[in-house]
Structure formats: structure tokens, C-alpha cells
Design a protein around this ligand. Structure first.
Ligand code: NDP
Ligand code: 8X3
Length: 264
């Protein structure tokens, strides 16, 4: 496998869900593999708690960056917000993202569409542009973008979110073409239903957000954040000559965005 000991990994959306699972102190994660970590999100208290855990358990070098990915001017100069010793990012995990609402297309809310497109797409593109420069100069690196099954299979009520995740699929492929002559690998991770805070955020504007979020996973055994963290680490640790294009993963009783057997 690719030895990533001593590599610097930057994970956006590290305060919850997949990003948190990827960084937490457990088996076979970036910290155990000897990476330096930059963890990014808006909720700094959560980042600090994670950093303390990692420092205590492994002595991991961790830098917490409190950043709103909607602030594209800051995303564009994110490297300057990092201490010198964290600036050479080798593994970029573009994970921060969200869905908002399940409205039919004619009911789309402009501010929701702007938030999804800016966070899920524009910020991801700008961060990749920024950090691949250094990766290319240093001759090593891996960009891992968290897309979704929504980037492969569109569904009603998801026009804005599906458009954003299709853009992630397309951007990831185009970037791989650009970097084909380099050692830099470019990967997409495309999960189906995984129970995190994702559905709570999606329904945050509803009166009964918690119940709506819970009902998404009724009588289904969804994936959990650790399942997706496993896939990200798997992709990052393949031998240097192996480039994972995409991992599309479903819960066992989900075969499509709306084809769910609620048997369990
Ligand atoms: P969570 O809601 O649990 O986590 C989302 C993370 O993104 C949080 O850490 C949040 O941090 C961060 N984030 C959101 N908006 C911003 C912002 N404007 N600036 C900085 N950070 C932000 O959801 P998941 O872990 O499930 O989602 C992670 C990714 O996986 C997303 O891209 C999502 O689209 C994708 N995905 C999720 C699936 C699922 O079923 N859960 C399936 C397929 C893909 P904070 O709020 O602290 O800023
Ligand atoms: C999250 C999974 O099916 O809600 O990307 O789009 S889904």
C-alpha cells in the first residue's frame, strides 16, 4: 500500500459525519497512519475537541481551521490561513457539503441552491485548484472528493443537490485528465444513504426536522460515517500505481435513490 506516514491531510467538514469519522481516534484512520491533519469546519468547538483527542492519543499534529466554505475569497487563500508547517497539503479531502430541502423543481429556493452550489461545487473546485499546485511541484498528492450517488442517479426533489453532485463527478474526472501525467491521484467517493447529520441539515427549514430526518432511515439499515471513512482511507492507501476513480456504495437494502426495501 501507499505509505502516507508524514503526509499532511486536509479534511473539510471534519466536525460531523464522514469527515469526523475520518479524523477521529479509531482504527485505520489518518491519525493512525501517521498523517498531520488540518481539520476544517465552521463549528470550531467540535474541531478543538477532536484535535485534543488526537493529540492525547497519538500526539498527532493537528491544526483546526474554522472556515465557512461559502466564503470563497477565504477558500481561495486557505493556504495562507495555515501555519507554515501545515501548508504542504498532500491529501485533500473535499468533504464539506450539504443538501437543502426536497422541493420539486418549480419550488426551488434560490438561497438554498446558492448554498449547495457554492459549498458543494465552487469551494471544492477552488480548494482543489489551490492545493494541486503544490502537489504538482512536490510530486505527490491525492485529491478525494466526496460526491454522492446523487451525482450518478438524479431523483425528483433533488434537482439542486443532484446538479451539485453531478458537477462533483464531472470536475473529479476532468481534474484526473489534467493530472494524468503526474503522480497525483484524483478520486470520487459516492455514497448512498448514510446516517449522519445530513438529513437533519436537509430538513432544517421544516417544523419537524428531526422526525423527517429520522424517517429517511425508517426500517432500513443505513450506512454509517465509519463505512465511508473506510472507503476514503482505502482509496488513499492503494499502491501508488492504483488510482480509484469512484466508489459508489449503497446500504444493502438500497438499490437506487428511491428504490429502498424497508425490510429491517
Ligand atoms: P454532516 O452534516 O454530518 O457533515 C457535514 C459537514 O460539512 C460538517 O462537518 C459541516 O461542518 C460541514 N459543512 C457544511 N457546510 C459548511 C460550510 N459552509 N463551511 C464549512 N463546513 C461546512 O453530513 P455528512 O457527513 O453526511 O456529509 C459529508 C458529505 O457527504 C457532504 O458533501 C454530503 O453531501 C455527502 N454525502 C452524504 C451522504 C449521506 O447520506 N449522509 C451520502 C452521499 C454524500 P460545520 O457545520 O461545522 O461547518
Ligand atoms: C446523499 C444521499 O440519496 O440523499 O448524497 O442524495 S441522497
Amino acid at each position: 500500500p501507499q505509505d502516507i506516514k508524514g503526509w499532511t491531510a486536509l479534511v473539510t467538514g471534519a466536525s460531523s459525519g464522514f469527515g469526523k469519522a475520518l479524523c477521529k481516534a479509531t482504527a485505520w484512520r489518518f491519525a493512525e497512519l501517521g498523517c498531520k491533519l488540518i481539520i476544517v469546519a465552521r463549528r470550531g468547538d467540535r474541531l478543538e475537541a477532536l484535535a485534543s483527542e488526537l493529540k492525547a492519543k497519538y500526539g498527532t499534529e493537528v491544526f483546526c481551521l474554522v472556515l465557512d466554505m461559502m466564503d470563497i475569497e477565504k477558500v481561495e487563500r486557505m493556504d495562507q490561513l495555515l501555519p507554515e508547517q501545515f501548508r504542504n497539503v498532500d491529501i485533500l479531502v473535499n468533504n464539506a457539503g450539504l443538501a437543502l430541502g426536497k422541493n420539486s423543481v418549480e419550488e426551488n429556493v434560490t438561497s438554498d441552491i446558492v448554498r449547495m452550489m457554492t459549498t458543494n461545487v465552487t469551494a471544492l473546485i477552488i480548494a482543489t485548484t489551490l492545493f494541486t499546485k503544490g502537489m504538482k511541484q512536490r510530486g505527490r498528492g491525492h485529491v478525494i472528493n466526496v460526491g454522492s450517488i446523487a451525482g450518478h442517479y438524479a431523483y425528483g426533489g433533488g434537482s439542486g443537490y443532484c446538479a451539485s453532485k453531478s458537477a462533483v463527478t464531472a470536475f473529479t474526472s476532468a481534474a484526473r485528465h489534467d493530472l494524468v501525467g503526474t503522480p497525483i491521484r484524483v478520486t470520487c467517493i459516492s455514497p448512498g444513504f448514510a446516517e449522519t447529520e445530513f438529513s437533519l441539515v436537509r430538513f432544517e427549514a421544516s417544523d419537524n426536522a428531526a422526525a423527517k430526518a429520522k424517517s429517511v432511515y425508517d426500517n432500513l439499515v443505513p450506512m454509517v460515517a465509519d463505512d465511508i471513512a473506510d472507503q476514503i482511507i482505502y482509496a488513499a492507501t492503494r499502491p501508488a500505481h492504483v488510482q480509484i476513480q469512484d466508489i459508489i456504495a449503497w446500504p444493502t437494502n438500497q438499490a437506487g435513490p428511491t428504490n429502498i426495501a424497508r425490510v429491517g
